[in-house]
Design a protein around this ligand. Structure first.
Ligand code: NAD
Length: 500
């Protein structure tokens, strides 16, 4: 039995908040068996907030044993109404602890108040309640087969689910993963991102308080090549759900193939196109396009990173878009005036500035921004626009994951559809037009899992989200996510047919 790890008190925005530091196994916060810890930084200041326990493969083994015991010990066959009530209770506790949850999410991820409070927290609570409602609505079917038999299907939980989440939405990704899994009777071994482990730790505190049985949800904080790899390769994990880079997604898929062929769902990167036609409402298209690229400083997998504007309105759009991008307030995450916070860490900050250099060297025009913003030691970068881009440029092809957008001109509908689909990704795409025939035509032709008409970056828990092409496998959210957390059993019942 691992030793218990005490919580630490951290001052966030002049308030003391207690944060668990241990791995969460069997409803206890425990020390890592290997005795290691790692530091967690506030991206808005570059300063260390606290150190927490760092798991390794041996801790993953313990967590899997706890999850297996909980699965076999009753959770899988539990009353769905009870599972629903626990999910609702967890949502209630998030509401009750709203200010603490918000503060932790903000220093964990670097999200400004007006984004964390209007999107991350309410959407996480909404998602929990949505899947609570699904818990007792997962049905099998009966089938007419041969007279003298009774045949039906049941949908059963998959088992122990490994879940590996990224750093851009620490709270929401945690909830997107646990809610459908728990509603359908699975148990969980979660790995948070090493840059943003704090919201997940706070959630585990609430999970215990809500009354989930020991072992139902386990969390092993730590790094990808150790904890993540141990999950992906584990012989007693039945499914792995991953969100992060396409490169790591490939590693996970290979690990699943070479271990126990665990089921895999992947939510990966994107380079989403955003198309503006002359008949669109120009200012609305500008507003949605700015939201499309600048929400969470561009660290969003479905960000609208490639804007295609019809030549007739190109100059007008560029002028209005530039004006709005230039007015974005970059700064303190605690100020309600702030639009854009910091990038998540030094490595992402360097990577983004590196892409800005590449863009200049490739011959694109740096139309706006392109510089670091020096503030409080945090990793801030100016909203950045490149124009005069060509399809083969790296800044047009690769995911930058920062506040950097490229804008290109187009002449015809056919030409822009080819340009929009000219990517190995297929996560999302948007079109701005008031010609609804055209909107329908184009959304049909866009090879992307989510398409928007006259909006961008808008998701809802009741609508499935996931990628075409190299943006992923499977869907999260909506009823569709339940397919990823259940497997179908066919039952043939002999009502009297003789042996053939
Ligand atoms: P990443 O894919 O390396 O990390 C995502 C998660 O996977 C983290 O929890 C990480 O610890 C884990 N991981 C890393 N290596 C692993 C391995 N070998 N086995 C198992 N798990 C492993 O992403 P990153 O390095 O943090 O960011 C790099 C790029 O990924 C970003 O610049 C961005 O382009 C992309 N990204 C995409 C998303 C998304 O939502 N699609 C989220 C974050 C990052």
């Amino acid at each position: 039995m691992a030793a218990s790890a005490p919580p630490k008190s951290v001052v966030i925005n002049a308030k003391e908040i207690s944060i668990p530091t241990g791995l969460f196994i069997n409803n206890e916060f425990v020390k890592a068996l290997g005795g290691k810890t790692f530091e967690v930084e506030n991206p808005a200041t570059g300063k260390v907030l606290l150190s927490i326990e760092e798991g390794q493969a041996e801790d993953v083994d313990l967590a899997v044993k706890a999850a297996r015991k909980a699965f076999d010990g009753g959770w899988a066959d539990s009353d769905p109404a009870w599972r629903a009530s626990l999910l609702h209770r967890l949502a209630d506790l998030m509401e009750k602890n709203r200010d603490e949850m918000l503060a932790v999410e903000m220093v964990d991820s670097g999200k400004p108040l007006n984004q964390a409070s209007t999107v991350d927290l309410p959407a996480s609570i909404g998602t929990l309640r949505y899947y609570a409602s699904w818990a007792d609505k997962v049905y099998g079917r009966t089938a007419a087969t041969v007279p003298g038999t009774f045949t039906y299907t049941v949908r059963e939980p998959i088992g122990v689910c490994g879940q590996i989440i990224p750093w851009n939405f620490p709270l929401m990704m945690f909830v997107w993963k646990i809610a459908p899994a728990l509603a359908t009777g699975n148990t969980i071994v979660m790995k948070s991102a090493e840059s943003t482990p704090l919201s997940a730790l706070k959630m585990c505190e609430l999970i215990r308080e809500a009354g989930f049985p020991a072992g139902t949800v386990n969390l092993v904080s730590g790094f990808g090549p150790t904890v993540g790899a141990a999950i992906a390769n584990h012989m007693d994990i039945d499914k792995v759900a991953f969100t992060g880079s396409t490169a790591t997604g490939r590693v996970i898929l290979k690990a699943a193939a070479s271990s126990n062929l665990k089921k895999v769902t992947l939510e990966l990167g994107g380079k989403s196109p955003n198309i503006v036609f002359p008949d669109a409402d120009l200012q609305k298209a500008v507003d949605w396009s700015v939201l499309g690229i600048d929400f969470h400083a561009g660290q969003v997998c479905h960000a609208g990173t490639r804007i295609y504007v019809h030549e007739d309105i190109y100059d007008a759009f560029l002028a209005a878009f530039t004006k709005k991008m230039a007015s974005i307030k970059v700064g303190s995450i605690f100020s309600s005036e702030t639009d854009q916070g910091p990038q998540i860490n030094r490595s992402q900050y360097d990577k983004i500035l590196g892409y800005i250099d590449i863009g200049k060297k490739e011959g694109a025009t740096l139309h706006l921004g392109g510089n670091p913003v020096s503030k409080d030691g945090g990793y801030f970068i100016e909203p950045t626009i490149f124009t005069d881009v060509t399809p083969e440029m790296k800044i047009v092809k690769e995911e930058i994951f920062g506040p950097v957008v490229v804008i290109a001109k187009f002449k015809s509908e056919d030409e822009v559809i080819v340009a929009a689909n000219d990517t190995s990704y297929g996560l999302a795409a948007g079109v701005h037009t008031n010609d609804y025939q055209r909107a329908l035509r184009i959304t049909k032709k866009l090879r992307a899992g989510t398409t928007w008409v006259n909006m961008f970056n808008f998701l809802h828990w009741s609508m499935p989200f996931g990628g075409y092409k190299e943006s992923g496998i499977g869907r999260e959210l909506g009823g569709e996510a339940l397919d990823n957390y259940t497997q179908v059993k066919s039952v043939f019942f002999n009502m009297g047919i003789p042996t053939p």
